[in-house]
Design a protein around this ligand. Structure first.
Ligand code: HEM
Length: 443
């Protein structure tokens, strides 16, 4: 097949432009969209092309193409971090098989019963806040999301086991470094950040093995995520191997912990800077009654709009990507195997024609208007769309409702977005001044 990628308008990307793409994705992709329109081709020093969709139309062409033409992007970098059995790095049939196996554990009905747990965990984490105190909201939201994800994955376990799991997982996550993801050649013992990460991963593996042995010996069949993995069988009747379970646990815990916590911290920041929106939200929540059913909370329209607008305004993963194993026609051009394609979610989420005043927090834009899956895509799309999106939406809504019902707060200073590892996050972790309690403490 003859390549005609050179006809996609683009440029040979240098180090400075790569830095801009990584560190200033919003302004840089806006300038690319202005200059190149639908799609831009970045010609890499490796001789391959990375074509980035900058509009919903080109995003649709990439995300609704046959999954068989794609492999995972940057497999080497992610395989070291999560393991070669991780869904992040599995390609083609193996990826489809793994998603089939894991998806039921992430269906809405699987975690619906956890609404009360989410509310209670949030309540316990914020009940010690003091009027007048200034705190880093991200510390609290990280602690909430870690506790919740551990309970969802490992069930109702509590006490020493959960504490140890939280400790090994926190060490794993804190030792993750973007350099060894982007440059897999640095995944060697002589590179200190990698050896620290490798040690943490080893501790995590030992902890998981100990727990799997104990859990199998108990022979109880629980419906937490781990229980579902232990009971699941692939189409050929084989169960998951321990090392695959371990790799998927690392993936789920890394993918789901910091992302949800960051989104929740941003929601507090945005609401704190827009008291009228916060008031609208409180009016809606009050109309649901005292301690309403979590299902009612999760479906509340204004709360849903607030969470969607937070995920749009602070696009946590500015870009998603795939590698081609078969050709793809994109906006009239042919890309060939070995090239990569991506979608700049950031560019689409900040397109002023789609989202007027794109840098303002306006939840009302999500009321009475539905955006297509190529216009609003905080969780990516197509066959690799985020597996935890339903869980994350649910958790964010219930935790946010609990916090705004319990406390009055305001942000201290202006927050800036910076790249943390792969995702974007608030530079100072969202500093909040706690003004006072809105309800009397229940316990
Ligand atoms: C606000 C929170 C979250 C955001 C913004 C987010 C975003 C994303 C995005 C953009 C992708 C890539 C999708 C693509 O390539 O099309 C992804 C993949 C993934 N996410 Fe999330 N995520 C969040 C929370 C979670 C949670 C809570 C979990 C699990 C508990 C999770 C598990 C995963 C997994 C397993 C994948 C890989 C899916 C695959 O390759 O098939 N995520 N996420």
């Amino acid at each position: 097949m003859e390549a005609n990628t050179a006809r996609i308008d683009g440029f040979s990307i240098n180090l400075y432009q790569t830095w801009l793409l990584v560190n200033c994705p919003q302004s840089y992709t806006a300038s690319l969209r202005k200059r190149y329109g639908e799609v831009v081709a970045l010609f890499t020093p490796l001789g391959t092309t990375f074509a980035i969709a900058l509009t919903p139309n080109s995003a649709r062409q990439i995300l609704s193409a046959d999954p068989a033409i794609y492999d995972a992007f940057w497999k080497e970098g992610f395989a070291g971090v999560a393991g070669s059995g991780s869904i992040w790095v599995l390609g083609k049939n193996e990826h489809r098989r793994e998603r089939q196996l894991l998806s039921p554990a992430f269906h809405a009905q699987s975690f619906r019963g956890y609404g009360e747990v989410i509310r209670e965990v949030t309540h316990q984490k914020i009940k010690h806040w003091q009027p007048g105190q200034t705190l880093r909201a991200l510390d609290t939201t990280l602690s909430i999301s870690l506790d919740i994800i551990m309970r969802l994955v490992f069930g109702a376990e509590n006490g020493k086991f959960l504490d140890e799991g939280c400790r090994v997982l926190t060490a794993l996550w804190r030792n993750m470094h973007p350099l060894f993801i982007f440059f897999p050649a640095l995944q060697r013992g002589w590179f200190p950040p990698w050896s620290r990460y490798a040690r943490a991963k080893n501790d995590f593996s030992k902890w998981v093995s100990k727990y799997l042995t104990e859990r199998r010996a108990r022979k109880d069949r629980t419906d937490d995520i781990l229980g579902r993995m232990l009971a699941a069988h692939y189409e050929d009747g084989l169960p998951m191997r321990d090392e695959d379970i371990r790799d998927e646990l690392i993936t789920i815990l890394l993918a789901g912990h910091e992302t949800t916590a960051t989104a929740l911290a941003w929601a507090l920041y945005d609401l704190g800077t827009c008291p009228d929106k916060l008031e609208n939200l409180r009016i809606e929540l009050a109309s649901l009654g005292v301690e309403p059913d979590p299902e009612l909370i999760a479906k509340a329209p204004y709360l849903t709009a607030v969470c969607n607008e937070t995920l749009r305004l602070h696009t946590l993963l500015p870009e998603i990507a795939r590698e081609l194993v078969l050709p793809l026609e994109l906006s009239g051009h042919t890309l060939i195997p070995g090239d990569s394609v991506g979608v700049s979610v950031m560019a689409i989420h900040h397109d002023p024609d789609l989202y007027p005043e794109p840098n303002q927090f306006i939840p009302e834009r999500f009321i009475g208007r539905t955006y297509s899956p190529f216009e609003f895509l905080p969780f990516g799309g197509g066959h690799r769309r985020c597996l935890g999106s339903g869980l994350s939406d649910y958790e964010m809504r219930i935790a946010l409702a609990e916090i705004v019902t319990q406390w009055d707060f305001e942000p201290v200073g202006i927050e800036r977005e910076i790249r943390h590892d792969i995702a974007m996050g608030p530079k100072n972790g969202v500093l909040l001044r706690i003004k006072g309690r809105r309800t009397s403490d229940k316990n």
